[in-house]
Design a protein around this ligand. Structure first.
Ligand SMILES: C[S@@+](CC[C@H](N)C(=O)[O-])C[C@H]1O[C@@H](n2cnc3c(N)ncnc32)[C@H](O)[C@@H]1O
Length: 268
């Protein structure tokens, strides 16, 4: 199977597993509760470890795909003349507006990127951070965006392995004994970029895991991630306690994932 077909298969399999577990997928995934959870933990978070690879290319007109509550949007607006942010979730858009405010140099479009391809203009930079792995028509999206942007910066995780705390939560609290199928990761992405004949460089970002002020915040994060009800809180605390570590006065859980920043040059 070629890389593009493999990507699409993975997106479909991951979506089917999440739907079978009763979760909303695609653009519907980011409902009011999930948007509030993401905003709390990621909306204001430090993105310097990944953004440093993107920063040299931020100028002029920038397209941001899936800005969410705007952790990168805020940084892009420092150096870009204008940012067009394409975001399908109205709940994320509400957070983005609250966080960034109304500005002449920011246009927010309520749409998926797939539905926006016909309206693309030209950009000095496009940014797709933590968004591509749920997009099935990846070939159409990457071909169109790289034909319209000098540089496309993609920030993406690997699916290296499931850490022990996550396995424990899945088995003990979610009753999930078989692992859920992985979404496409950066290795899949590089296969797709090769299949499309695109030219790129890959940068490994060292993202710290100890970012929470209290152990209870770590538990809040996992509780929100899995939408666990309040009555499961004590069980969750018990399962996570042996895995939470402290460094420099901050708390965190081991991550099974690495983060990559992939810089793709304009397709000629
Ligand atoms: C995990 S969040 C990442 C937000 C932000 N880029 C960041 O890294 O903080 C993914 C965001 O992409 C948006 N999204 C999901 N599917 C999308 C699509 N097909 N086109 C554009 N954005 C999408 C979601 O609504 C959500 O706001």
């Amino acid at each position: 199977m070629d890389a593009i077909a493999r990507w699409k298969d993975k997106v479909r399999a991951a979506r089917a597993a999440r739907e079978a577990a009763g979760e909303a997928t695609g653009a519907q995934h980011w409902d009011a509760d999930r948007a509030a959870w993401f905003n709390r933990f990621a909306g204001q978070s430090d993105r310097s470890h990944t953004y440093r690879f993107v920063a040299p290319y931020v100028k002029g007109r920038v397209l941001e795909i899936g800005p969410g509550p705007g952790a990168y949007t805020r940084l892009l607006l420092r150096d870009a003349e204008h940012v067009v942010a394409v975001e399908p979730s109205p709940f994320m858009i509400q957070r983005l507006r609250e966080n960034i405010g109304v500005r002449d140099d920011l246009t927010i479009v309520e749409s998926t990127i797939e539905a926006y391809l016909d309206r693309l203009e030209t950009y000095d930079l496009a940014l797709a951070a933590n968004v591509l792995s749920g997009i099935e028509p990846i070939d159409a999206v990457l071909s169109a965006v790289t034909a319209h942007a000098e540089v496309l910066a993609i920030i993406m995780w690997s699916n290296a392995h499931t850490p022990a705390w996550s396995r424990d939560v899945q088995v003990e609290l979610l009753g999930r004994h078989a692992p859920q199928p992985n979404m496409p990761d950066h290795e899949d992405l590089l296969g797709v970029l090769d299949a499309l004949g695109l030219v790129y460089t890959v940068h490994r970002a060292e993202v710290p895991i100890h970012t929470f002020a209290y152990p209870a915040e770590v538990v809040d994060w996992v509780q929100g991630f899995h939408s666990l009800p309040a009555e499961r809180r004590a069980d969750l605390e018990r399962v996570l306690a042996p895995h939470i570590s402290e460094e420099g006065g901050k708390y965190g859980l081991p991550s099974g994932r690495d983060t990559r920043v992939v810089l793709v040059r304009r397709a000629l």
